[in-house]
Design a protein around this ligand. Sequence first.
Ligand code: GDP
Length: 366
Amino acid sequence: MMEHPENDDLYKGLKINKGVADVPTINPYLKSRLQRKEYTPSEFVEGILAGNITILSQAVTLVESSKYEHQQIAQEVIEKCLPYAGNSVRIGITGVPGAGKSTSIDAFGMHLIEKGRKLAVLAIDPSSERSKGSILGDKTRMEELSRAKNAFIRPSPSAGSLGGVARKTRETIVLCEAAGFNSIFVETVGVGQSETAVHSMVDFFLLIQLAGTGDELQGIKRGIMEMADGIIINKADGDNIDKAKLAANQFRNALHLFPPSDSGWIPQVLTYSGYYKLGIKEIWNMVDEYIKFTKDNGYFDLKRNDQSKYWMYESINETLRDTFYHNPAVRSKITETEQQVLNNEISSFVAAKQMMDLFLENLSNK
Ligand code: GDP
């Protein structure tokens, strides 16, 4: 039988041509255009200062990269951008999943953009590495904002340790500010440690809460409430308005029991609806009032200085840790030493001392 019966004379008009074995998946012309340009640090800085979003995004990618060469460029770019950074209001936003963070950020963000601000939305989600891509800062969760010209949305870097993720976000803030973004949101999920990291890089910390879930104050860590400069009760709409007001009163009462904050600011509790955009203006009046209050009493600068100091030590700690664990002598011995601890042959402390001695010896031999 013929391999291609359709090639029989019978079907003269239907000749099948031989296929091409290897079809290029991308038009070679397009491929050359798709290749990213490799910018020098100065070109990055120039682009960022000119407000070029594509270049800003690429610089953030370098900040997030764990490759040594990328970090080299990133650090130089950050350093050169620093003199142009700082001129913004940085807001931390937290709340448990479902509290309405993305709906609210969409509403708050559009409110600010309508007032002529440029907004960057960043996120800190230490779990993002496990979940393969963050749910925080995802553009699809902020419908209006993702289409707005003056908004820049960036999901959480996925970098393993919380300290690493937080440092990258803090560095991204510098780049965004140098690119002219004068409002910065840092979103995090309200379940624990990441709040402390966010608190250490923002001017105002906003806690989103819900009413009508039984005992209103349950499930919120006291530490998180203590960090909040404003507590806002979302979903104050429809049948829920009275419950939200009641919850607001409970929060106000609870806040009375806390020691006064260093800033001298008394945290406010407001109700709003992110979905129906009710009470948004009032929330932003509160933030503006806080910024004015702390700028007048000097706390604003004091806090930023404290944060710079904190990040200096955090960076040192991270570098020390990295150098230790990447040290070849340490790497070659650590599993064995760990096993000795597990076998009760040596104590944890002796093991740690042995590893440290090995590390220091190896360093001084260099
Ligand atoms: P996130 O997980 O904290 O980011 O929360 P989302 O913004 O995704 O909101 C969780 C759910 O609550 C969604 O179904 C929203 O539509 C709803 N939601 C958010 N804000 C409001 C609000 O102001 N009122 C009402 N009724 N529902 C809201």
